[in-house]
Design a protein around this ligand. Structure first.
Ligand code: GLN
Length: 197
Protein backbone atom coordinates (compact mmCIF):
# COMPACT_ATOMS: atom_id res chain seq x y z
CA UNK A 1 0.00 0.00 0.00
CA UNK A 2 1.15 3.49 -0.77
CA UNK A 3 2.30 5.42 2.28
CA UNK A 4 2.54 9.21 2.22
CA UNK A 5 4.13 11.37 4.91
CA UNK A 6 2.58 14.74 5.68
CA UNK A 7 4.73 17.39 7.32
CA UNK A 8 2.64 18.27 10.37
CA UNK A 9 4.55 21.08 12.05
CA UNK A 10 2.09 23.86 11.33
CA UNK A 11 -0.66 24.85 8.91
CA UNK A 12 -3.22 22.90 6.88
CA UNK A 13 -2.02 19.32 7.21
CA UNK A 14 -5.12 17.49 8.47
CA UNK A 15 -7.02 18.44 5.30
CA UNK A 16 -4.40 16.69 3.16
CA UNK A 17 -4.66 13.65 5.41
CA UNK A 18 -8.44 13.49 4.87
CA UNK A 19 -8.13 13.69 1.08
CA UNK A 20 -5.48 10.96 0.96
CA UNK A 21 -7.54 8.73 3.25
CA UNK A 22 -10.48 9.12 0.86
CA UNK A 23 -8.17 8.03 -1.94
CA UNK A 24 -7.29 4.91 0.04
CA UNK A 25 -3.73 5.83 0.93
CA UNK A 26 -1.97 5.32 4.25
CA UNK A 27 -0.72 8.58 5.77
CA UNK A 28 1.71 9.43 8.55
CA UNK A 29 2.20 12.78 10.23
CA UNK A 30 5.79 13.90 10.41
CA UNK A 31 6.12 16.02 13.53
CA UNK A 32 9.71 15.42 14.52
CA UNK A 33 12.90 13.58 13.69
CA UNK A 34 11.66 10.44 15.46
CA UNK A 35 8.60 10.26 13.18
CA UNK A 36 10.83 10.71 10.17
CA UNK A 37 13.18 7.94 11.23
CA UNK A 38 10.31 5.61 12.11
CA UNK A 39 9.04 5.80 8.51
CA UNK A 40 11.96 5.27 6.18
CA UNK A 41 9.60 3.57 3.72
CA UNK A 42 7.59 6.63 2.68
CA UNK A 43 6.52 6.67 -0.97
CA UNK A 44 5.93 10.41 -0.99
CA UNK A 45 5.77 13.54 1.15
CA UNK A 46 3.35 16.46 1.35
CA UNK A 47 4.48 19.90 2.47
CA UNK A 48 1.27 21.75 3.39
CA UNK A 49 0.25 25.40 3.40
CA UNK A 50 0.87 27.56 6.42
CA UNK A 51 3.64 30.08 6.94
CA UNK A 52 6.83 29.22 5.10
CA UNK A 53 9.09 31.25 7.42
CA UNK A 54 7.73 29.42 10.48
CA UNK A 55 7.86 26.00 8.83
CA UNK A 56 11.37 26.66 7.53
CA UNK A 57 12.57 27.55 11.02
CA UNK A 58 10.87 24.55 12.60
CA UNK A 59 12.48 22.23 10.03
CA UNK A 60 15.87 23.38 11.30
CA UNK A 61 14.95 23.47 14.99
CA UNK A 62 13.61 19.91 14.82
CA UNK A 63 16.57 18.60 12.86
CA UNK A 64 14.36 17.64 9.94
CA UNK A 65 15.81 19.97 7.34
CA UNK A 66 18.84 17.98 6.19
CA UNK A 67 17.25 14.51 6.11
CA UNK A 68 14.19 15.75 4.21
CA UNK A 69 16.26 17.76 1.73
CA UNK A 70 18.55 14.78 1.13
CA UNK A 71 15.65 12.44 0.49
CA UNK A 72 13.90 14.84 -1.91
CA UNK A 73 17.13 15.32 -3.82
CA UNK A 74 17.49 11.54 -3.96
CA UNK A 75 14.11 11.29 -5.72
CA UNK A 76 11.37 11.13 -3.07
CA UNK A 77 8.12 12.38 -4.67
CA UNK A 78 6.96 15.56 -2.96
CA UNK A 79 3.88 17.76 -3.25
CA UNK A 80 4.09 21.30 -1.89
CA UNK A 81 0.99 23.47 -1.54
CA UNK A 82 1.29 27.22 -1.01
CA UNK A 83 3.86 27.62 1.81
CA UNK A 84 5.07 24.13 0.83
CA UNK A 85 5.74 25.46 -2.67
CA UNK A 86 7.81 28.29 -1.17
CA UNK A 87 9.84 25.79 0.87
CA UNK A 88 10.68 23.89 -2.34
CA UNK A 89 11.63 26.89 -4.51
CA UNK A 90 15.27 27.54 -5.30
CA UNK A 91 14.69 31.30 -5.42
CA UNK A 92 12.35 33.50 -3.39
CA UNK A 93 12.04 36.84 -5.16
CA UNK A 94 13.48 39.76 -3.16
CA UNK A 95 14.61 37.49 -0.36
CA UNK A 96 17.94 35.81 0.33
CA UNK A 97 16.23 33.04 2.30
CA UNK A 98 16.55 29.56 0.93
CA UNK A 99 14.68 26.62 2.36
CA UNK A 100 14.77 23.16 0.79
CA UNK A 101 15.58 24.73 -2.60
CA UNK A 102 14.77 21.58 -4.57
CA UNK A 103 12.88 22.99 -7.55
CA UNK A 104 14.16 25.37 -10.19
CA UNK A 105 11.54 28.11 -9.86
CA UNK A 106 11.45 31.75 -8.77
CA UNK A 107 8.60 32.37 -6.43
CA UNK A 108 7.01 35.60 -5.18
CA UNK A 109 5.41 35.29 -1.75
CA UNK A 110 2.06 36.89 -0.93
CA UNK A 111 1.81 37.78 -4.58
CA UNK A 112 -1.86 38.73 -4.43
CA UNK A 113 -1.37 41.25 -1.63
CA UNK A 114 -2.74 41.05 1.85
CA UNK A 115 -6.25 42.43 1.24
CA UNK A 116 -7.16 40.55 -1.91
CA UNK A 117 -4.96 37.65 -1.01
CA UNK A 118 -7.73 35.07 -0.64
CA UNK A 119 -10.10 34.04 -3.39
CA UNK A 120 -11.57 31.05 -5.19
CA UNK A 121 -11.55 30.53 -8.93
CA UNK A 122 -11.83 27.77 -11.53
CA UNK A 123 -9.01 27.19 -13.96
CA UNK A 124 -7.56 24.53 -16.19
CA UNK A 125 -4.96 22.13 -14.79
CA UNK A 126 -2.96 20.33 -17.47
CA UNK A 127 -3.89 16.67 -17.65
CA UNK A 128 -6.90 17.07 -15.35
CA UNK A 129 -9.19 19.77 -16.76
CA UNK A 130 -10.95 22.59 -14.98
CA UNK A 131 -10.70 22.47 -11.19
CA UNK A 132 -11.61 24.80 -8.32
CA UNK A 133 -8.63 26.63 -6.82
CA UNK A 134 -8.60 28.19 -3.36
CA UNK A 135 -5.94 30.86 -2.82
CA UNK A 136 -5.00 32.01 0.68
CA UNK A 137 -2.27 34.66 0.55
CA UNK A 138 -0.58 32.40 -1.93
CA UNK A 139 2.63 32.80 -3.90
CA UNK A 140 2.98 32.86 -7.67
CA UNK A 141 5.72 31.31 -9.71
CA UNK A 142 7.39 34.14 -11.60
CA UNK A 143 9.86 32.10 -13.61
CA UNK A 144 10.68 28.49 -14.31
CA UNK A 145 13.72 26.84 -15.88
CA UNK A 146 13.12 24.72 -19.02
CA UNK A 147 13.00 21.42 -17.13
CA UNK A 148 9.95 22.62 -15.20
CA UNK A 149 6.53 21.85 -16.66
CA UNK A 150 3.85 24.50 -16.19
CA UNK A 151 0.54 22.88 -15.20
CA UNK A 152 -1.78 25.81 -14.48
CA UNK A 153 -2.05 29.55 -14.83
CA UNK A 154 -4.52 32.04 -13.39
CA UNK A 155 -4.65 35.50 -14.99
CA UNK A 156 -1.35 34.81 -16.71
CA UNK A 157 0.49 33.84 -13.52
CA UNK A 158 1.85 30.33 -13.00
CA UNK A 159 0.11 28.62 -10.08
CA UNK A 160 1.03 24.95 -10.56
CA UNK A 161 4.13 23.26 -11.90
CA UNK A 162 6.12 20.08 -11.85
CA UNK A 163 9.79 19.18 -12.10
CA UNK A 164 10.43 15.44 -12.27
CA UNK A 165 8.97 14.02 -9.04
CA UNK A 166 8.20 17.42 -7.46
CA UNK A 167 4.71 18.91 -7.75
CA UNK A 168 3.72 22.36 -6.46
CA UNK A 169 0.55 24.44 -6.36
CA UNK A 170 0.06 28.03 -5.16
CA UNK A 171 -3.49 27.11 -4.22
CA UNK A 172 -5.00 24.63 -1.77
CA UNK A 173 -6.50 21.57 -3.52
CA UNK A 174 -7.07 20.00 -0.10
CA UNK A 175 -9.76 22.59 0.69
CA UNK A 176 -12.06 22.08 -2.29
CA UNK A 177 -13.45 18.57 -2.01
CA UNK A 178 -12.00 17.89 -5.47
CA UNK A 179 -9.45 15.12 -5.12
CA UNK A 180 -8.01 15.14 -8.61
CA UNK A 181 -4.77 17.01 -7.89
CA UNK A 182 -3.97 14.56 -5.08
CA UNK A 183 -4.80 11.70 -7.43
CA UNK A 184 -2.40 13.26 -9.96
CA UNK A 185 0.32 13.29 -7.29
CA UNK A 186 -0.39 9.66 -6.38
CA UNK A 187 0.01 8.78 -10.05
CA UNK A 188 3.48 10.39 -9.94
CA UNK A 189 4.24 8.37 -6.81
CA UNK A 190 3.22 5.17 -8.59
CA UNK A 191 5.42 6.01 -11.54
CA UNK A 192 8.41 6.55 -9.26
CA UNK A 193 7.66 3.26 -7.50
CA UNK A 194 7.61 1.52 -10.86
CA UNK A 195 10.82 3.28 -11.80
CA UNK A 196 9.25 5.07 -14.71
CA UNK A 197 10.12 8.61 -13.68
N1 GLN B 1 1.71 33.52 2.81
C1 GLN B 1 2.28 32.28 3.23
C2 GLN B 1 3.80 32.27 3.10
O1 GLN B 1 4.34 33.16 2.55
C3 GLN B 1 1.70 31.13 2.44
C4 GLN B 1 0.20 31.06 2.64
C5 GLN B 1 -0.36 29.67 2.63
O2 GLN B 1 0.35 28.66 2.71
N2 GLN B 1 -1.67 29.59 2.57
O3 GLN B 1 4.43 31.39 3.58
Amino acid sequence: MTKIGILALQGAFTEHEQVLKKLGVETVQIRNRQDWEAHTDLDGLILPGGESTVMGKLLHDLDLFEPIKTKINAGLPVFGTCAGLILLAKTIVGDQTKHLASMDINVARNAYGRQLGSFVTDADFKGIGEIPMVFIRGPIIEAVRPEVEILAKVNGAIVAAREKQILVTSFHPELTGDERVHAYFLEMVTQVKQDKL
